[in-house]
Design a protein around this ligand. Structure first.
Ligand code: NAD
Length: 248
C-alpha cells in the first residue's frame, strides 16, 4: 500500500497504460482521478476502478483545452483535497490518430498542430494546472511520458517526435526547476514499443520483444514512490535497449 491516501491524477486514463496505472495505484491505496475525452471508455475505466475503491472520479475533458485541464484539477481537489501525483499519459502519434497519409511534407499542417496540441501542450497544460495545487500543498510528483520516437525522430509524426523530445528534455527539466521551491519533483519515463496495441510488436528492440504495459507502470510507480525521491529533472528511456542497437 505504497500510495495509501495519495491522490493520483491520470490523463489518457480510459485505455492503455493510463487505465492500467489507475487500477494499479488504486490497488495500492490511492484515490484516482481519470481524465479522457472518450466518455464511454472513461465510464468503463472508472467502473473498473470502483470495484477496487470508492475513491475514484472521471473527468471527461480534452487535454488540448487549458480551461478543461484546470477544471479537472479543480474537481480532483474538490473530491479528494489534493493532487499528489500527476501522470499526463494522453497522447499518441498524430498520423495514426488522424489517419493522415504520407510523410510530413505531404500532410496538411493541421496534422502537425494537432500533434503538438495533444502531446506537448496537453501534458504541459496539466502540469501548469496541477502545480497550482501542488505549490499550495508544498508537495507533488509530475511524471511525464516520453517516447523512443523523441530520440529517433519520425518522418510522418514530426509533432509527436518533437513533443516527446521536449517533454524528455526542456519540459521535464524546467518543471523540476520550477517545482523545486514547492517541493515538487518531476521526471519522465520514455517507453520503446509497448503492447497496448498489437502492432507495437513489430518494432525491434535489443530485448527481442516489446514491453508489457505492466513493466512500464511498475517502473513509474517505483519512481513516483518514496523510493524514487532522489529522481528529479531526468528521463528514463525504457526501450529494451533499442536506442543502443547496432545500426546498419
Ligand atoms: N504504446 C506504446 O508503444 C508507446 C510507446 C512510447 C510512448 N507511448 C506513450 O504512452 C502514452 C500512453 O500510450 P498508450 O499506448 O497506453 O495509450 P492509448 O492510445 O491506449 O491511450 C491513450 C488515451 O488518451 C486519450 N486521449 C487522446 N487524446 C486525448 C485528448 N486530446 N484529450 C483527452 N484524452 C485523450 C485516448 O482517448 C486514450 O484513452 C502516450 O503518451 C504514448 O505516446 C506509448
Amino acid at each position: 500500500m505504497r500510495f495509501q491516501g495519495k491522490t493520483v491524477l491520470i490523463t489518457g486514463g480510459a485505455s492503455g497504460m493510463g487505465k492500467l496505472s489507475g487500477l494499479c495505484f488504486a490497488r495500492e491505496g490511492a484515490k484516482i482521478a481519470l481524465v479522457d475525452f472518450n466518455q464511454k471508455a472513461l465510464n468503463e475505466a472508472v467502473a473498473e476502478i470502483r470495484a477496487i475503491t470508492e475513491d475514484v472520479i472521471g473527468c471527461c475533458a480534452d487535454v488540448r483545452v487549458y480551461d478543461q485541464a484546470a477544471e479537472c484539477c479543480r474537481k480532483t481537489v474538490e473530491a479528494f483535497g489534493a493532487i499528489d501525483i500527476l501522470i499526463p499519459f494522453a497522447g499518441g502519434a498524430e498520423a495514426r490518430i488522424l489517419k493522415a497519409k504520407g510523410d510530413f511534407k505531404e500532410q496538411p499542417i493541421e496534422v502537425f498542430e494537432f500533434g503538438l496540441d495533444v502531446n506537448l501542450k496537453g501534458a504541459v497544460y496539466f502540469a501548469h494546472a496541477a502545480l497550482q495545487q501542488m505549490a499550495e500543498q508544498m508537495s507533488g510528483v509530475i511524471v511525464f511520458i516520453g517516447s523512443i520516437t523523441g530520440e529517433e525522430g519520425s518522418g510522418s509524426n514530426v509533432a509527436y517526435a518533437a513533443s516527446k523530445s521536449a517533454l524528455m528534455n526542456g519540459v521535464v527539466k524546467s518543471i523540476a526547476i520550477c517545482g523545486a521551491k514547492y517541493n515538487v519533483r518531476s521526471f519522465c519515463v520514455a517507453p520503446g514499443p509497448v503492447l497496448t496495441r498489437p502492432a507495437m510488436a513489430n518494432m525491434k528492440t535489443m530485448a527481442g520483444r516489446a514491453a508489457e504495459p505492466q513493466e512500464l507502470v511498475d517502473m513509474i510507480m517505483y519512481l513516483a514512490s518514496e523510493k524514487g525521491a532522489f529522481v528529479n529533472g531526468t528521463t528514463l528511456l525504457m526501450d529494451g535497449g533499442r536506442n543502443v542497437m547496432p545500426r546498419g
